[in-house]
Design a binder for this molecule. Sequence first.
Ligand SMILES: Cc1cc2nc3c(=O)[nH]c(=O)nc-3n(C[C@H](O)[C@H](O)[C@H](O)COP(=O)(O)OP(=O)(O)OC[C@H]3O[C@@H](n4cnc5c(N)ncnc54)[C@H](O)[C@@H]3O)c2cc1C
Length: 390
Amino acid sequence: MSVSYWQRRRAQRLDADYVVVGAGIVGAYAAMCLAETGADVVLTDARHPAAGASGRNAGFLLSGLVAYYHDAIAQYGHATARAAWQLSVETRERAFALAEAFGVEHARCGSLLLAVRDEEAQALEQAARAMQADGFAAEFTPRDPLGRGFVAALHKPDDGVIDPVALVQALVAHGGAQGVFDNEVWALEAHAGGVLVRGARYEIHARGALLALNAYAPLLVPELWAVVRPVRAQMFVSAPLPERILDTAGYANDGYEYFRQSADGRFLMGGGRRRFKAEEVGWEDRTTPQVQAVLADFLQRYFPEVAHAPVEQRWSGTMGFTPDGLPVVGRVPSIPNAVFAVGFNGHGMGLGLKTAERAVAHLLHNAPLEWLDVNRLSGTTPTKAQGASA
Ligand SMILES: Cc1cc2nc3c(=O)[nH]c(=O)nc-3n(C[C@H](O)[C@H](O)[C@H](O)COP(=O)(O)OP(=O)(O)OC[C@H]3O[C@@H](n4cnc5c(N)ncnc54)[C@H](O)[C@@H]3O)c2cc1C
């Protein structure tokens, strides 16, 4: 991105102890964690809070990762798989606690991962067994608890749903940071032992910066091109249905399709990109007829009463995917006081809060990052399993 002389000379100076760039779930919560230490914190965004994926998702608070648990153990090793899974459990609990504290709409309705094929059913059974062995709540059923033609299900009783925009807005309103929005950041520089964040309206001087840009990170930090890539996800919402047909967070087809009924009766559904992975990349915000047709076919087969309900709205959002399916935290090589936390692989509601805490501890105290450390990516191969992904 470039900026003209005329635009730049209008930017005003702001000073803070720390600046957080990106006001999604990760940045809004990181700003709150930093402000809780007594620091003077600025939270800035190109648009407004929850303008990115955090305001466009399904609001599922799921424990888990992209991969099934037994596949995660095979792919990452047992210790890392267990630690990453535990981080998702703790994130979910933190999100529910914040929702309670701030009066954000949420429900601990459990989740059902539903198989549409026999091999998928076998994977769910293996996943449930591996989870149980490590003390994570999960129950396999070799039939469809919804009675809609699925083959089997994995039930996670403690999962739930939340209004993602309300949560981000509450974190911004109560988090104690100064919000500076409509301020597209176009450059970051190491400056006077700290960081200079050059935005369209404000140039922010701070001791340190936390970059919570997820899929947008490589646009600002070219070093991150190899770390996170933009992947589009699409959704729609129906008009309110005349009755309640679903009281859980459902996802199926290895997690590629996901659906729930909102408190006001609307049916929310997303996914449909499994056959269109080559097309569903980049930052372009639009829905496509072919992906929306996959969603319509799924509804026709498993929820025919919804297939006839009017669709009120369709939308898309941009997720940040890493080569191995786990989020990453690290320091920008050329700007040591800038820490990034990105790459939530379609699970940022489920992994973001606790990852943000780890990133803040790293920025403040150089706390070890362990499996979250970006350095783990040197020499890895792209992710093997693709379960449960937005
Ligand atoms: C359709 C869809 C459904 C999903 N469903 C779920 C789900 O049910 N459960 C789940 O766990 N996850 C889900 N996800 C994934 C989840 O939404 C993301 O992982 C999460 O929101 C990432 O949060 P974030 O704060 O890291 O990034 P974002 O929310 O994308 O925030 C990044 C912010 O950076 C700002 N920004 C970008 N560039 C600049 C710049 N140059 N200067 C200043 N600011 C900038 C953007 O405006 C944006 O506000 C879904 C995603 C999509 C798209």
